[in-house]
Design a protein around this ligand. Structure first.
Ligand code: TYD
Length: 141
C-alpha cells in the first residue's frame, strides 16, 4: 500500500464569517470543508505548560486539527521527514493523513486543540511505539 508523507498533510483554510462588532464564526461541514466525513470530534485542553501530547500514529484515521483557542505546535513525521506547524488560528486546520506520527507541544495557556476525526475511537488503530511505527512504514500493510 502507498503511504502518505508529511507533504501530503496541509493546512486547510476554513470558512470564516466575520461580523464587524460581533466576532467571527468558522464552519466545518461534511461534503465541502473537510476531505473526509467527520464521525467524531474531541478536544484537548488544560495541557500544563511544558507538557506534550500525541506521540502516536494512526493506521487508518484522518484528522483535522484546529487551534480553537490559543496556540501549539504539531510536528508530523513520516519516518523519513519531520515537518512542524504552529497552529494559532481558529480558521485554519491541519489535515493529517493516516500513517503519520504526530507530536503536539508548546501549548499556550488556555489552548484548545479541537480534532475532527474520520472514525470513531478505536484503540486498535493506534501505533504508540516509535519502532513499531517505523516497521509499519516499511511494511506493505
Ligand atoms: P490519547 O489519544 O492517548 O491522547 P494523546 O495522544 O493526545 O495524549 O487519549 C488519551 C485518553 O483518552 C486515552 O485514555 C483514551 C481516551 N480517549 C477516548 O476514550 N476517546 C477518544 O476519542 C480519544 C481521542 C481518547
Amino acid at each position: 500500500m502507498v503511504k502518505f508523507n508529511v507533504y501530503d498533510c496541509t493546512m486547510i483554510e476554513l470558512d470564516k464569517h466575520h461580523s464587524d462588532r460581533k466576532g467571527n464564526i468558522s464552519v466545518v461541514q461534511n461534503g465541502d470543508t473537510v476531505p473526509f466525513d467527520v464521525k467524531r470530534v474531541y478536544y484537548l485542553y488544560d495541557v500544563p505548560g511544558g507538557e506534550s501530547r500525541g506521540a502516536h500514529a494512526h493506521k487508518e484515521l484522518s484528522q483535522l486539527i484546529v487551534a480553537a483557542s490559543g496556540s501549539f505546535r504539531v510536528t508530523l513525521d513520516d519516518g523519513n521527514v519531520k515537518r512542524s506547524f504552529i497552529l494559532n488560528r481558529p480558521y485554519q486546520g491541519l489535515y493529517v493523513k493516516p500513517g503519520i506520527w504526530r507530536d503536539l507541544d508548546d501549548f499556550s495557556s488556555g489552548a484548545v486543540a479541537m480534532v475532527l476525526a474520520s472514525e470513531k475511537y478505536n484503540p486498535a488503530d493506534y501505533i504508540r511505539d516509535y519502532d513499531e511505527f517505523i516497521s509499519f512504514r516499511h511494511s506493505d500493510k
